[in-house]
Design a binder for this molecule. Structure first.
Ligand SMILES: Cc1cc2nc3c(=O)[nH]c(=O)nc-3n(C[C@H](O)[C@H](O)[C@H](O)COP(=O)(O)OP(=O)(O)OC[C@H]3O[C@@H](n4cnc5c(N)ncnc54)[C@H](O)[C@@H]3O)c2cc1C
Length: 488
């Protein structure tokens, strides 16, 4: 059942749900379906409408300080389905070594391993409409010690969670969805060890409504999860789960930057992606990355599957194509000319964080201030990747790369030169130790018995992989944990 909370009647929320999930993006909807399928009663509460509205979207406004970043109300969507309404569908699981500490990234590593997520891969593939894995294309003639080829899969047609699961949720017997329901507080029980009720507001009415449940799951997205916890100060003045001043800290993005234009000897028939070997990361004291080689105009098309178009056919020799590219001419042979584009892991930094700014929104919540910067290790990762790629291309004579000036000169990049990927991670990170993480290995807030967190804010370390695949696996895993706990 899907219901507009504006039309709620007196006593509508008198029942006690097994699980109250707040936020209907990939994390919230995946968790709800997993729990509903096992007979648990679920209330799924969404701040926005079934379609985008200005009333809801403007509540995502905030301020950015530090490294230039996207406007906070354009880097996510606040309605049914969340940011899956405009995600690009790029997917990759985390690498097994992302879960292990990297000496160049203090505090890195997860309390769980890739094996803990593996059981959820097949279901995540289904949910995200992914094709089967294939061997990654590679243009180096032999296996070298620095770069390994990777295969990216694309969600096609791109899974829009709200659209895809609307009808199933509409007829669900166990899941009740309420939209136009803005979470404005979580109240604790008398001993302050558990959440007893969630408080919501809709847009057209002044009266709040409260919802009771045995368990609560916050799935508001990687920026909004910490903002909400920091705002909820009625019972714990420093904010929920924030006893160790960690909520909002360790914000992570994936650094997206063009490393330069390249010309390759053999035409590209498929987008190439390379990551570093663990040996390379160790030797150069750098972090993980995925370097994409191809034509961004093609891969930014919403229907891109990895295949590069081969038009027009080309009979020119390599040197002529290279000279034309060096002279800045239109490529006569597009399949030989492309861009090396890095998507890099970022180092953990407690000062990269979501904080609360001044003023209040229409529901009395303080707005977000996002403070973001790059470390020396971040820059070293970008530059090492560029130089290593350029060297290998020349060494094996498979192509040539012209590295961008700002990177070689060590200049601070503009937002056009380096951006994030709208991937908001790390702000309620997972750790076994409450002094280094907000949630435990079951994504339960350390200091509260029944508050769980879904989404990429729980990532302990970012790796290079786009986050939604891992978010989906984690939501399925959380579902299984709650089923076991609540049915016990
Ligand atoms: C332009 C763009 C392209 C992207 N491309 C990719 C990609 O190719 N691959 C990839 O892996 N990822 C991509 N992402 C990121 C991806 O969209 C997110 O990782 C994913 O949507 C996060 O899922 P989520 O459920 O954690 O959060 P969200 O999708 O943000 O959902 C959170 C939900 O919570 C609701 N909510 C917020 N506040 C409240 C409140 N107070 N009360 C009640 N409800 C609330 C919101 O309305 C929303 O529905 C992209 C993002 C953008 C913006």
């Amino acid at each position: 059942m899907i219901e507009d909370s504006e039309t709620r009647t007196e006593g509508r929320f008198s029942k006690i749900f097994d699980v109250c999930i707040i936020g209907s993006g990939p994390a919230g909807i995946t968790l709800a379906r997993r729990l509903g399928a096992q007979g648990l009663s679920v209330g799924l509460f969404e701040a926005g409408d079934l379609v985008a509205t200005t009333d809801s979207q403007e509540l995502y406004k905030g301020t950015v300080v530090g490294q230039p970043y996207f406007d906070l109300d354009s880097t996510r969507l606040r309605f049914f389905g969340g940011s899956s309404n405009h995600w690009g569908g790029w997917t990759h699981p985390l690498d097994s070594y992302d879960f292990v500490p990297n000496a160049s990234n203090p505090l890195s590593g997860w309390p769980i391993t890739k094996n803990d997520l593996r059981p959820y891969a097949a279901e995540a593939d289904k949910i995200l409409d992914l094709p089967r894995y294939e061997n990654p294309p590679d243009f180096f003639p032999v296996q070298q010690n620095s770069l390994v080829a990777r295969f990216f899969r694309f969600s096609r047609p791109t899974t829009r969670f709200g659209e895809k699961f609307h009808d199933e949720l509409q007829v669900s017997r166990n899941i009740e969805v309420f939209y136009n329901a803005n979470l404005v507080d979580l109240r604790l029980d008398a001993d302050k060890h558990a959440v007893s009720q969630a408080v919501f507001r809709s847009y057209k009415r002044d009266d709040p409504f409260t919802v009771k449940a045995r368990t609560f799951a916050l799935c508001l997205g990687g920026l909004e999860n910490p903002r909400a916890l920091l705002n909820f100060t009625n019972d714990i003045p420093v904010g929920l789960g924030n006893e160790n001043d960690l909520v909002g800290r360790y914000f992570l993005e994936h650094l997206h930057a063009s490393l330069g234009r390249l010309v390759v000897r053999k035409p590209m028939t498929w987008m190439l992606v390379y990551g570093p070997t663990t040996q390379m990361m160790k030797d150069t004291q750098t972090l993980n990355f995925g370097m994409r080689i191809g034509d961004p105009d093609q891969w930014n098309d919403g229907e891109f599957t990895g295949e590069m178009k081969q038009e027009p056919a080309c009979a020119l020799d390599f040197d002529t194509i290279l000279r034309a590219e060096m002279a800045g001419e239109e490529p006569a042979c597009p399949a030989h000319v492309g861009e090396a584009f890095i998507v890099a892991e970022q180092q953990l930094n407690p000062n990269n964080r979501v904080k609360l700014g001044g003023g209040r929104d229409r529901f009395g919540q303080r707005p977000m201030e996002l403070d973001w910067s790059l470390s020396d290790t971040d820059y070293r990762t970008l530059k090492t990747c560029a130089v290593e790629t350029g060297s290998l291309l020349a060494q094996y004579d498979v192509g040539r790369l012209k590295i961008v000036d700002w990177l070689l000169k060590g200049e601070k990049p503009t937002l056009d030169q380096l951006a994030g990927g709208n991937h908001h991670m790390g702000t309620t990170r997972m750790s076994d130790d409450p002094k280094t993480g907000v949630v435990d290995r079951n994504v339960k807030v350390h200091s509260l018995d029944n508050l769980y967190i879904g989404g990429s804010s729980v990532f302990s370390t970012a790796g290079h992989a786009n986050p939604t695949y891992t978010i989906t696996q984690l939501a399925l895993r959380l579902g299984d944990h709650l089923i076991e706990r609540l049915k016990a």
